[in-house]
Design a protein around this ligand. Structure first.
Ligand SMILES: *[C@@H]1O[C@H](CO)[C@@H](O)[C@H](O)[C@H]1NC(C)=O
Ligand SMILES: *[C@@H]1O[C@H](CO)[C@@H](O)[C@H](O)[C@H]1NC(C)=O
Ligand SMILES: *[C@@H]1O[C@H](CO)[C@@H](O)[C@H](O)[C@H]1NC(C)=O
Ligand SMILES: *[C@@H]1O[C@H](CO)[C@@H](O)[C@H](O)[C@H]1NC(C)=O
Length: 272
């Protein structure tokens, strides 16, 4: 005899599947975002991290170093991104198109290039927009891809790291080692006390400088009194695709690090 319980159970499960699918669709298509915009509850983040990368060290951060490519036109620190810290309610429904940044493209190509062969610069910008820009969009002045990227370029012009370091006697070198303390004290008047110097460890166990994070308040003033704990863990762990950069780590204070020059021919091994 067939039990009448089985069909009942089955329809119950089907119902469950339908219900969760509906929730998923709501999420996917951003039904939450149909609620009236409430700045108090939407724009909960207080701090931004403006992150710059150094092409001489960037390739060391890739799992697959042969994916790395530094265009000849690049000789300076470039933008990695502008990231609201601990943002919630980021509108994933907000697409970005090429036409959004057409006007800024020449400058973006120069200041925010992709160094990954299989990822175009536009692809890089769009990924940053999707992941971080959409979270910044609740603030006046950053509420469109065009405005967000415009602000980023403005910030890049404001922080002329290469020159600041050069004036302080810190220049790229295959031989010289630098101490965190020394570099930190040169950058502090310009980037604030809480900036972070980030390294990756290369295949020869050397600490290689590749990134700087500059904390900013929502109004883009230097420093931030809120929570600057990073929420940018992407790339950590073994499961990440080969071309996703490692998030790096703060350069260890007790271990001097290298600030390698850019080598266009072999960017993944600038010094050997
Ligand atoms: C916005 O959200 C906050 C917290 O959820 C609430 O206290 C406030 O009354 C809301 N404001 C408006 C205009 O809806
Ligand atoms: C690394 O990147 C190169 C160049 O794009 C590619 O040919 C190769 O298959 C990649 N290796 C792995 C292990 O993904
Ligand atoms: C980097 O750019 C700044 C201007 O933003 C310039 O002063 C500096 O000389 C450049 N450095 C290099 C190595 O091109
Ligand atoms: C910017 O924001 C910070 C922190 O909220 C605040 O202390 C500062 O007065 C603001 N500055 C300006 C120019 O609005």
């Amino acid at each position: 005899m067939r039990s009448p319980v089985l069909p009942l159970l089955l329809s119950f499960f089907l119902l469950q599947v339908l219900v969760s699918a509906t929730h998923w669709e709501d999420y996917k298509y951003g039904r939450q975002d149909l609620e009236p915009l409430n700045k108090t509850s939407y724009c909960t983040w207080k701090c931004l991290l403006f992150t710059l990368q150094w092409p001489g060290g960037f390739c060391q951060s890739l799992n697959n170093k042969t994916e790395c490519r530094i265009p000849q036109s690049i000789s300076n620190w470039t933008i990695h991104g502008l990231w609201p810290v601990r943002a919630k309610h980021c509108c994933s429904c907000w697409p970005m198109f090429h036409s959004d940044v057409q006007e800024l493209e020449a400058e973006l190509n120069e200041q925010w290039p992709s160094f990954v062969k299989t990822k175009s610069s536009f692809h890089f910008w769009r990924d940053e927009w999707k992941k971080h820009g959409v979270c910044a969009g609740c603030v006046e002045g950053m509420n469109s891809p065009h405005r967000y990227f415009q602000i980023c370029l403005k910030l890049r012009r404001r922080f002329n790291i290469y020159k600041i370091l050069e004036d302080g006697g810190v220049v790229p070198s295959c031989k010289r080692l630098y101490k965190v303390e020394e570099v930190h004290s040169i950058l502090t008047p310009h980037l604030g006390e809480k900036h972070e110097i980030q390294c990756v460890t290369d295949s020869k166990e050397r600490e290689v400088w590749f990134q700087v994070k500059v904390p900013l308040a929502q109004n883009l003033t230097l420093g931030c009194h809120g929570d600057t704990e990073k929420d940018h863990g992407t790339g950590a762990g073994g499961a990440s695709p080969e071309w996703i950069p490692s998030p790096g780590h703060p350069c260890p204070p007790q271990l001097p690090f290298y600030y390698f020059p850019i080598n266009y021919k072999q960017p993944q091994q600038p010094c050997d």
